[in-house]
Design a protein around this ligand. Structure first.
Ligand code: AMO
Length: 432
């Protein structure tokens, strides 16, 4: 295997060994072709039956689709071959034979529903357009990390087994921790704040969040990836600037590094990098705009959260990424600082089709923080590990959480968020 050449690197006039999957076998009688596919592309292997050893021809043409094969031979120029090069084999080895009954067709000629695809993800990700999503995901996460570092942030990883929840509205997953009740973390919220105040000042984390969402929807997962930022001596405006920079860096990376993948997804022509200066609407302006569309059955009033329909109606009016600021305090969590009696510093960043980010300035004053817990019906005692640190010099700070899968879903116009996760977890799916 050490001597293996990727199919994309095969040069005419050389002797090569290629290895990959038997993508297709075309038997035309006197001549047959085996198409070998690897991570870089495909190559045609030609069998001229009369001129070749029978056993060699048999091995190469009787192989079942998706078997793993290794072929050694001479590479020759052949304008009629799909890549302009073909291999004339001297040796063919079937390394791992595939069952002739495949649960789905990786060549994409026969469509499968999402559930079959997810049940057989290893076959599914052999399709170029599926693999493209995850190559893009990798580029996005790389660019996000790079941009955070550029912004002088330290990458942190915080516990996923925790004692308390932080995000009201969605249920926790309880687990047993040495005989005690614990939970899977819904958000690194409290930990990233503790780190911002712990001398690092600016931190980020890319990690899993766990939410026992009540319903299966095309935009919710029970295990998602959150891109989190927290900055000391930051206010909500600066946190919004950072969120915007992160989104733009992600799009720019995909634009410059992933042209083949965008092509495979059929969206290369319409892919555009969002322009900076995302509009910032106040909550009040947002609900006025939604009501003005007349598309909702019920008029929105102050204090209402935006439903999926409301987000869509507003997204259509705005037509680009935008922020909603100055949310009512009553619908934002306890850790968000208030700007006035009933208005918070909380913000959301929206893609025209859905919410991508939530954030805000945090309450860093001990007394007000503890009071905030009480107002939301939470017992401050349970959060003592968090609140007590606010007695020892906690600077003002702000941050946000961004859903990585939603970022991909909106960027690539995917119909279902599960398309952006290799092995999604939802109410029906715990394996693979
Ligand atoms: P929030 O709960 O709004 O805020 O989550 C932030 C972002 O994470 C994504 N997200 C999800 N994606 C898929 N499936 C889910 N079940 C799911 N839940 C959330 C969304 C959402 O906008 N602690 C705050 C953030 C902060 O203030 O820093 C929080 O978690 O894209």
């Amino acid at each position: 295997m050490d001597e293996r050449t990727y199919t994309a690197d095969v040069e005419p006039g050389t002797t090569v060994t290629v290895a990959g999957w038997a993508h297709e076998i075309r038997d035309l009688g006197g001549i047959a072709f085996l198409i070998v596919r690897d991570t870089t592309g495909q190559i045609q292997v030609k069998f001229e039956k009369d001129e070749m050893d029978d056993e060699l021809v048999e091995t190469g043409t009787d192989v079942t689709r998706e078997s793993v094969v290794q072929v050694s031979g001479k590479a020759e120029e052949e304008p009629r071959a799909p890549t302009g090069v073909e291999v004339v084999p001297e040796e063919v080895e079937v390394i791992a034979e595939a069952d002739p009954e495949l649960p789905l067709d990786p060549s994409g000629k026969v469509d499968s529903d999402l559930s079959t695809r997810l049940d057989n993800r290893t076959l599914d990700t052999r399709k170029p357009e599926v693999q493209a999503v995850f190559e893009i995901r990798s580029a996005v996460l790389g660019a996000v990390r790079e941009q955070f570092r550029e912004l002088k942030c330290t990458e942190i990883t915080t516990p996923k087994i925790v004692a308390t929840g932080t995000e009201g509205g969605t249920e926790l997953f309880p687990i047993t921790y040495f005989g005690e009740e614990a939970f899977m973390n819904q958000s690194p919220q409290l930990f990233k704040q503790l780190c911002a105040g712990g001398g690092f000042e600016r931190v980020f984390e890319i990690g899993p969040i766990f939410r026992a969402e009540e319903h299966n929807t095309p935009r919710h997962l029970n295990e998602a990836t959150s891109i989190d930022f927290e900055g000391a001596f930051c206010g909500a405006d600066e946190a919004m600037d950072v969120a915007e920079e992160i989104i733009i860096a992600a799009y720019e990376a995909v634009d410059s590094q992933c042209s083949d993948e965008l092509e495979a997804l059929g969206i290369a022509d319409e892919f555009t990098v969002p322009e900076s200066g995302f509009p910032r609407l106040t909550y009040e302006e947002a609900i006025e705009k939604v009501n003005a569309t007349g598309e909702l059955d019920d008029v929105l009033v102050w204090g209402d959260d935006l439903s999926t329909e409301a987000e869509r109606a507003l997204g259509e009016v705005v037509g680009e990424h935008y922020f909603i600021t100055e949310w009512p305090s009553e619908i934002k969590p306890f850790y968000i600082m208030d700007e006035s009696d009933d208005i918070s510093t909380g913000f959301d960043m929206m893609h025209p089709s859905m919410e991508l980010v939530s954030g805000g300035q945090r309450e860093h004053r001990y007394e007000q923080l503890v009071e905030g817990f009480r107002q939301q019906g939470l017992d401050p005692e349970e959060f003592d590990y968090y609140t007590k640190m606010f007695k020892y010099g906690m600077p003002p700070h702000a941050g946000f959480g961004m859903g990585a899968e939603r970022l991909l879903m909106t960027m690539l116009d995917l119909d279902n968020i599960r398309e952006a996760v290799l092995f999604p977890r939802d109410r029906q799916r715990l394996s693979p």
